[in-house]
Design a protein around this ligand. Sequence first.
Ligand code: BYC
Length: 472
Amino acid sequence: MTTSADYSEKIPNNVDLHEDRRLQRALESWQPNFLNWWGSMGPTLPTQDVYLRTAVNVGREGWAHFDHVPMRDYRWGIFLAERDRDRRIGFGQHMGEPPWQKVPGEYRSALQRLIVIQGDTEPASVEQQRNLGATAPSLYDLRNLFQVNVEEGRHLWAMVYLLHAYFGREGREEAEELLHRNSGSQDSPRILGAFNEETPDWLSFFMFTYFTDRDGKYQLGTLKESAFDPLSRTCEFMLKEESHHMFVGTTGIDRIVERAVQLMTEHDTDEIGPHGGIPLDMVQKYLNFHYSVSLDLFGSETSTNVANYFTAGLKGRWSEERRHDDHQLTGDSIMVDAVIDGQITQTEVAALVGLNTDLRREYIHDCQNGVNRWNRILDSAGLPQRLHLPHVAFNRKVGVFAGIEVTPDGEVISADQWRQRKGRWLPTDVDKTHIRSLMRPVHERGKIAAWIAPPRQGINGKPFDYDYVHLA
Ligand code: BYC
């Protein structure tokens, strides 16, 4: 394996693909199907070229190359982080052993399932975001959208490589299925709930890249710990790309809040809708929605699946190496959320079965950082309003809270009360129509829509008014 990609090959890669002709042929026969999928389910706005980052190297220095590229010619490649020959499995019953370079028979179906679930989210997000180009607030934002899209496409390649290389015929069939399921489809939807929701406007897009991509960060972080070394190395490199996606979300909301503050101050009102801004209560409703559906992505509070994954060494914890325990957890316990007699409480369970809760808590803590950051913008402007993460039980469809209705403050309410009041907390059809009405495209160089402030910096040292995208 080399650190740099060979771009003279049909499928750029750093895994010496040319040495395995069967695998190379199998992937080359999947490639046109991928390109068909990209053509029919990928970005709809016609472009000549886009200023994109392409991964060329997995080393610490200079791993990416920036250039104007026609999107159909983007080189989706296969990149694994460098192999660490001293690496040892860091948790579970195989702790201390060398990581696996092949899939052990007894873990084959579990590993395949994890890879398929991960792989399914990548094209799903491209499908969800496919129409956003038509309403981009600036060329800078349009470029970031497309960057996110091509990298999600590359992350699909990453999972398809693992399926083809290590899971035989079944793996190849699963790789085909990843192109057949579609976000929001009645007949064959994407596997996880949040990936069947719409991303119809840019407020949703920024919330999605803040909250849902952040679930990606945490799930990839646990798979990076995996004893299956190719999965670990794949996820390590994906995480590098993922951080830009979350940057897009974090700074996108920063800029919406900043613009709201300007308009609120200028017009001395919270009702900035008529002045072309997005009012803070609308930001809060979208935040409530995206945060709660993203919490669902962590699965149930207790799960024997996750206990088995951990014990087997398939999926670790966030920052496994920084945990000061025995990394086996056989005698440990954890408090997890529970609903007893209709009331929210906590209960003690074996730490192993509570690992979805452990990961969700890490995630919640991280989500709070963004909210603090947005509140600092309000605070510096001397405004008393604040954004909040809703209660963990609010609007949940997976896990113990799925059966009850809870307000953002954590008060349990009846189904009737929920129906009457949910429009105060979640975007209504009227809200969505209003937000969509603000989303008029600004495709002129250096210009920006009225509902968002310009970014502080451009991409790769370029100014905001750079020609990031040439439209067709
Ligand atoms: N919707 O025992 P449980 C990303 C199912 S995002 C629908 O708790 P487990 C990205 C579950 O499959 C990261 N169904 O499950 C972000 C199970 O079904 P079965 C994606 C759900 O296994 C933005 C049943 O409910 N990666 O990368 O402990 C853009 C019982 O659940 C949902 C991964 O998720 C849901 N939300 O945990 C692009 C990592 N949640 O088996 C990309 C791989 C659960 O009874 N996946 N179910 O039929 C996993 O680690 C685990 O499978 C899960 C679930 C954490 C998802």
